[in-house]
Write a protein that binds this ligand. Structure first.
Ligand SMILES: Cc1cc2nc3c(=O)[nH]c(=O)nc-3n(C[C@H](O)[C@H](O)[C@H](O)COP(=O)(O)OP(=O)(O)OC[C@H]3O[C@@H](n4cnc5c(N)ncnc54)[C@H](O)[C@@H]3O)c2cc1C
Length: 379
């Protein structure tokens, strides 16, 4: 495991204490049952200054590293995955996006507001007919004076109903290769011409995912993120950071699921002994523990590489594949260990099953991660 600095150990301890205080099991369930975002916990995170963790000091943040952000998201994910993902949307779809691809004017506009917790963000890449094959996207942006006019439909845009801004991937040129002619924009989510419909999904009940309709939405040219027609590069870089941040939260959630399974295996008595004494159960838990340990190793290894400015394509894909499959395996084996009780909402395992199923689908499914690894092997 990487050697964390004293400050990083302190950061972990502080977030863990926050989670213990603000994200009780009852609170997580309340938000899920009411199908609403955990605003109270989110606002407290803002008050404590955590939204500025990866914002440079120049813009009012604390100038933390990618490893720091990973620690925060892992610990938040351990207590409340959906809270971690709310923070991730701001930290990645705004902060790292504008730091990596934005203009100075965009940084000065967005980053101080992020630190104050004033803005929520979402990311609209997927379309009804564009899933894994991102380069086939067709939502059009056409120039019109100082503006671009966006028309088209996006699918699974998580948090769009509560977003102030949305990072939208559009098609600005269809004449060349599909990888050319993509342009990304920061779009005011409340612009006239945008219609948002929430989708009913198996999980993600606090912050829903949405379909979004753009009908001649006017976006100032200065809101373009990155260069005209060069959005493929932006999206590929952005997806790397998105995968790391999402996986950090999933690894935290996987630890919570594992702890619930171990506790239950020690407490549940059948045939006059704790079920954890049966080798069928204890071996499952031993495998889970091993995979969790490896998940954290690869997660922080990749975070450290990104901090050093490397672009580890293969390692990022292996991380996304391994960690999200591990979370799913832990949740599915966990519910088997908890038996019938695990199938009720008396325990958290049923939520972990629902949430872990999404991790292997997006951002970038397990099959796509294997394709990337194979390609890096020259296959
Ligand atoms: C809860 C939720 C939240 C989401 N949030 C967002 C969001 O905020 N913003 C956003 O833009 N998108 C979001 N998505 C979309 C997510 O990123 C997509 O699910 C993902 O991009 C894959 O697209 P698809 O599910 O339509 O699968 P498809 O591309 O239709 O693929 C279907 C199946 O075929 C497999 N497949 C496809 N191509 C290949 C291939 N070449 N080789 C092998 N197998 C292949 C896939 O792995 C998958 O198993 C979200 C999805 C969900 C469920």
């Amino acid at each position: 495991m990487i050697q964390f600095t004293e400050e990083q150990e302190l950061l972990r301890k502080s977030i863990r204490a926050f989670v213990e205080k603000e994200c009780s099991r009852e609170y997580v369930r309340l938000c899920e049952n009411e199908r609403r975002p955990p605003w109270e916990a989110y606002k407290k995170l803002v008050e404590l200054g955590w939204l500025g963790l990866n914002v440079p000091e120049k813009y009012g943040g604390s100038g933390g590293s990618i490893v720091d952000l990973t620690i925060m998201l892992e610990e938040l994910g351990r207590g409340m995955l959906e809270l971690a993902l709310m923070v991730f949307r701001v930290a990645v779809h705004c902060v790292t996006a504008v730091l990596n691809y934005g203009t100075e004017e965009q940084r000065e506009y967005f980053l101080p507001k992020v630190v104050k917790g004033e803005l929520m963000f979402s990311f609209a890449l997927t379309e009804p007919n564009t899933g894994a094959d991102v380069s086939s996207l067709s939502c059009a942006a056409v120039p019109d004076g100082d503006y671009y006019i966006i028309t088209g439909q996006k699918m699974f845009t998580t948090g769009m109903h509560i977003a102030d801004w949305c990072l939208v991937a559009t098609r600005t040129d269809s004449s060349g290769s599909p990888h050319y002619g993509i342009t990304t924009f920061m779009v005011d989510a409340k612009s006239p011409g945008i219609e948002v419909r929430k989708l009913n999904t198996l999980g993600r009940r606090c912050v829903a995912t949405c379909e979004v309709f753009f009908d001649e939405v006017k976006v100032p040219k200065k809101n373009m993120l990155g260069e005209l027609n060069q959005g493929w590069k932006v999206i590929m870089g952005h997806l790397g950071m998105e995968r790391l941040a999402a996986v950090a939260a999933f690894v935290g959630a996987a630890q919570a699921a594992f702890q619930e399974a171990v506790k239950y295996a020690k407490e549940r008595i059948q045939f006059n002994q704790p079920i954890g004494k049966f080798q069928a159960i204890s071996h499952k838990l031993a495998e889970m523990q091993t995979r969790l340990y490896l998940s954290r190793l690869i997660l922080y290894d990749v975070a450290l590489m990104l901090d050093k400015g490397k672009g580890p394509r293969m390692e990022l894909a292996m991380m996304k594949l391994f960690c999200t499959e591990t979370y799913k395996e832990i949740a599915l084996n966990g519910i088997q260990i908890l038996g019938a009780y695990g199938y009720t909402d008396e325990y958290d395992m049923e939520r972990h099953v629902r949430e872990s199923l999404v991790g292997t689908m997006g951002p970038g499914s397990s099959e796509i991660q294997k394709n990337i690894i194979a390609k890096e092997l020259g296959l």
